[in-house]
Unconditional design. Structure first.
Length: 117
């Protein structure tokens, strides 16, 4: 089992910045993918960005150039730096952790990000 603890959500004005953090603990294998998804009311949960343990990253087109994902493998922690936030970025943001070899995935409890116009 893997436990994920998220932090860093909140309320910010459009154009502002927030930084999300997610720390993983438990039975962690070194080859994994950590990432962030978001879900707005009435919409499906979509990928925002993820990062492989080898450093490879992937971003949704809507956040490219504004959001940066990074990780600290020694701390089993993934970060999402969100700049130039827009009202449409408002959603619950969920941390995701995938064991690459087994394909087993885990979710955090979610953290609310609200961007006011």
């Amino acid at each position: 089992q893997v436990q994920l603890v998220e932090s860093g959500g909140g309320l910010v004005q459009a154009g502002g910045s927030l930084r999300l953090s997610c720390e993983a603990s438990g039975d962690i294998f070194s080859i994994n993918v950590m990432g962030w998804y978001r879900q707005a009311p009435g919409k499906q949960r979509d990928l925002v960005a993820n990062i492989h343990s080898d450093g490879t990253t992937k971003y949704a087109d809507s956040v490219k150039g504004r959001f940066t994902i990074s990780r600290d493998n020694a701390k089993n922690t993934v970060y999402l730096q969100m700049n130039s936030l827009k009202p449409e970025d408002t959603a619950v943001y969920y941390c995701n952790f995938i064991m690459v070899i087994s394909g087993t995935g885990y979710w955090g409890q979610g953290t609310q990000v609200t961007v006011s116009s």
